[in-house]
Design a protein around this ligand. Structure first.
Ligand code: SAM
Length: 215
């Protein structure tokens, strides 16, 4: 796979656009400069990789818009070495950005061919990433607790199971909506065993979270 000066130039331009749209976490921006987004695109469509837009990746799923990836990565507020669960691996792009930020990542995907493709792209990070096939709508108890959980598909509700898998001080970032079409980003911070601080943020448009705790 190649990453030419032209790709890199387009990527720097995209990152400047994200900064202009309010992304100010330098760890997020420098990770996104490092990850060649065009590698995570379907073959023959890489010319669309450096637009700030979502794009179909097959199986009726999408690679998230770069702004959304940056926004969610910023909201989870993680440090190098912390343990993160991503629900909805998709193309693997968001995972690569988190891995470039230095986290230990657990990522779960429902659609096996997508996970298999992402696994190839995430090989360079193999010591710090575990890819899991299955329904992540209720989290992944086996590797809990997490410093952060990031859900990259639109959920109908916030499952208690997810909240229980956070460390004290940990954050859940999840798009929630009462229709399958649009959601409001939510951030829940675990303040103590039973106390959570909830923030309701901007509007987004994700593909639906399916499975037991999904649609
Ligand atoms: N993070 C991805 C990326 O960077 O390409 C974008 C993911 S896409 C917007 C949402 C993904 O969530 C899809 O690949 C979909 O199959 C997956 N998904 C939906 N419900 C799921 C569930 N219950 N468990 C695991 N994955 C799920």
């Amino acid at each position: 796979m190649i990453d030419t000066a032209v790709h890199q130039g387009r990527r720097h331009k995209l990152i400047r656009e994200l900064a202009a749209k309010g992304i100010d976490n330098s760890a997020v921006l420098s990770a996104m400069i490092k990850v060649p987004r065009h590698w995570f695109f379907p073959k023959d469509f890489e010319q669309y990789a450096y637009r700030d837009a979502a794009f179909p990746i097959g199986h009726e799923q999408t690679i998230s818009q770069p702004f959304t990836v940056a926004y969610q990565s910023q909201l989870i507020d993680i440090q190098k070495g912390e343990r993160v669960l991503e629900i909805g691996t998709g193309s693997g792009y968001q995972a690569a950005v988190l891995l470039e930020m230095g986290v230990e990542l657990y990522t779960i995907e429902y659609i096996k061919p997508l996970l298999q493709k992402a696994a190839v792209l995430l090989k360079p990070y193999k010591d710090r990433v575990r890819l899991i096939h299955g329904d992540g709508s209720n989290g992944v108890l086996k590797y809990a607790p997490y410093d952060a959980i990031i859900v990259t598909a639109g959920a109908p509700t916030i499952q208690n199971e997810l909240l229980k898998q956070l460390k004290i001080g940990g954050k859940l970032v999840i798009p929630v909506g009462n229709s399958r079409e649009t959601q409001k980003m939510h951030r829940l911070t675990r303040m103590s065993e039973n106390k959570f601080h909830r923030e309701v943020l901007g509007q987004f448009k994700f593909v639906p979270l399916v499975g037991e705790g999904g649609w």
